[in-house]
Design a protein around this ligand. Structure first.
Ligand code: GLP
Length: 238
């Protein structure tokens, strides 16, 4: 894995946006794997600015997101669809039908997971996957455990993750217990992976992911198996 240390969050975000813009420029019909969380917000702002200044068009671009909370629909401000609309989609010219997230309100969650896997296959691969990382080393909602799922699945969120994500809800009790997430197999199929990590609180997870054993207890450590991962962070790794 390649590590690029930047001065701060702003520079991480600017570099990530430049990489995404270069990909879209080179291949306008590329498939972007997108992530939620606070980390990619500034990157999305840079993408929106580039599109508004007509430096780029996303007209032919597709996106597929990593995950969605079970039980939250797109009208819910805490849903990841709402997040993507608010922070990116409504500010760029990507076509709504080309943007994909799991349906957190699906009546049959298993069927929704299979639908998402076949959609992923139909898109013929993600060109560039953007990732954040949880403090416990999760990516998407692939939580630490004894084993990891390769395919899209319903994940039970750890208390650590629910507590970390509760800052976006009015109380911890409102944070869903489950989410639909792409599995590690899906994430590792992307051609290029860009992992963003900002702040000392992410340092231990990144350190273990990069230099520890490949271990389901640190899901991000599976990125070591991928041939093209770039980590953009604003702290020194030892
Ligand atoms: C959530 C998302 C992850 C994200 C993580 C870290 O759990 N499912 O995709 O990487 O949060 O979020 P943040 O960037 O806010 O630290």
């Amino acid at each position: 894995m390649k590590v690029i240390q930047k001065k701060d969050y702003e520079e991480i975000s600017r570099t990530a946006a430049e990489r995404i813009l270069a990909m879209v420029q080179e291949k306008p019909s590329c498939v972007l794997g997108l992530a939620t969380g606070s980390t990619p917000i500034r990157t999305y702002e840079f993408l929106a600015m580039a599109c508004q200044q007509r430096r780029i068009t996303f007209e032919k671009t597709c996106s597929i997101n990593l995950d969605e909370y079970v039980g939250l629909g797109e009208a819910d401000p805490q849903s990841y669809r709402f997040f993507m609309e608010t922070h990116l989609f409504r500010h760029i010219d990507i076509k709504r039908e080309n943007t994909h997230l799991p349906d957190g309100l699906a009546a049959d969650l298993e069927a929704e997971c299979r639908r998402y896997d076949s959609l992923y296959a139909q898109l013929s691969g993600v060109d560039l996957q953007l990732l954040g990382i949880g403090q416990n080393g999760h990516i998407g909602f692939n939580e630490p455990g004894a084993v990891l799922d390769a395919n899209t699945h319903v994940a039970l969120l750890s208390e650590n993750t629910r507590a970390a994500n509760s800052r976006n809800f009015s109380s911890l009790s409102e944070v869903p217990h489950r989410a639909i997430t792409l599995g590690m197999g899906g994430i590792l199929k992307a051609r290029h992976i860009l992992l963003l990590a900002s702040g000392e609180q992410k340092k231990e997870a990144v350190q273990k992911a990069l230099y520890g054993k490949v271990d389901p207890a640190v899901p991000a450590s599976f990125l070591q198996l991928h041939p093209d991962v770039t980590v953009l962070c604003d702290f020194a790794l030892t």
